[in-house]
Write a protein that binds this ligand. Structure first.
Ligand code: ADP
Length: 230
C-alpha cells in the first residue's frame, strides 16, 4: 500500500491532495512547507491502518464498537438474541431497550428457535450513534474442524449482504468470535479480512468497512494480516 499523508483541518483528519503533498516535499516553498509538514506525523501514525479495495476503504482502528458513527455496527451476538457479555452487552447497555424489543420480535417471527450461527438480522440502533445494528452469530472455536472457518466467513458475508440490501454505505465490525467464543485471533483476522476484501471486489455498493479492535494487541494482529492479504 502507498504512504498516506494527513493533516488536521477543523478538528478532522483530512488526507492531503497531490498538490499539497508536493508543497510538503518542497522545502524551498517554506511557508507552505510549514503548513503541511505536520501532516507527515499524522500520516505516519495512520499508515498501515487504511486500505483501498475497489471503491471502498477498509479501516482498522482501536476503539469501542458502540462509539462508531457508521450506518451500521455489527453485534457479536449469541443465537438467543437476548443480549450477553462482551460486544453484545455493551451494545444493549448503550443502545437501550429498543434494540432488545426488536430482537424479541425477530425471535417471535423469523427465528423462533434462535438465530443460527453464520446468519444475520438487522435492528435499529436505539440510542447509539449508528442507526442500525446487525446481529450475527460467529462460531464457538472447537479446534477448527467443526466448520468454524466457513461459519465465521458466513457471519461476515451475511452481515455485508444485509447492509447492502438495506442501501447502507458504511459498516463497522468487531473481531467476531475472538472473545468468549475463543476463536484464535490470528486465524479469525485472516478470515475476516479475506471475506470483506473478496466481497468488496465483487460488490461496489459499500463506501467503508471499519474493523474496531478493542486492544492495541488485536489491532496489530489485524494490521499484520491486512498487509499480507489486502
Ligand atoms: P464472541 O462471543 O463472538 O467471541 P465477544 O463480544 O466476547 O464476542 O468478543 C469479540 C471481540 O470483541 C473480542 O476481541 C473482545 O475483546 C472485543 N470487544 C469486547 N467489547 C468490545 C467493544 N465494546 N468494542 C469493540 N470490541 C469489543
Amino acid at each position: 500500500m502507498g504512504t498516506y499523508f494527513y493533516r488536521i483541518e477543523s478538528g478532522k483528519i483530512r488526507e492531503l491532495r497531490e498538490s499539497e503533498r508536493q508543497h510538503r516535499n518542497n522545502k524551498i516553498a517554506s511557508t507552505l512547507y510549514r503548513k503541511y509538514e505536520n501532516a507527515m506525523i499524522v500520516g505516519e501514525k495512520m499508515a498501515g491502518n487504511e486500505f483501498q479495495v475497489s471503491k471502498a476503504k477498509i479501516l482498522l482502528v482501536k476503539g469501542d464498537i458502540t462509539e462508531q458513527g457508521t450506518d451500521a455496527i455489527v453485534n457479536a451476538a449469541n443465537s438467543t438474541l437476548m443480549g450477553g457479555g462482551g460486544v453484545d452487552g455493551a451494545i444493549h447497555r448503550k443502545g437501550g431497550p429498543k434494540i432488545l424489543e426488536e430482537c424479541k420480535r425477530v425471535r417471535a417471527t423469523e427465528w423462533p428457535d434462535g438465530l443460527p450461527t453464520g446468519k444475520a438480522v438487522i435492528s435499529s440502533g436505539g440510542n447509539l450513534k449508528a442507526r442500525h445494528v446487525i446481529h450475527t452469530v460467529g462460531p464457538v472455536w472447537r479446534g477448527g474442524t467443526c466448520g468454524e472457518p466457513e461459519l465465521l466467513a458466513e457471519a461476515y458475508l451475511n452481515s455485508l449482504r444485509l447492509v447492502v440490501s438495506k442501501g447502507l454505505k458504511t459498516i463497522a465490525f468487531p473481531s467476531m468470535s475472538t472473545g468468549a467464543y475463543r476463536y484464535p485471533i490470528e486465524k479469525a483476522s485472516r478470515i475476516a479480512l479475506t471475506t470483506v476484501k473478496e466481497f468488496l471486489e465483487k460488490e461496489e455498493k459499500l463506501d467503508k468497512v471499519v474493523f474496531v479492535l478493542f486492544t492495541r494487541h488485536d489491532l496489530e494482529i489485524y494490521k499484520k494480516a491486512a498487509k499480507e492479504i489486502i
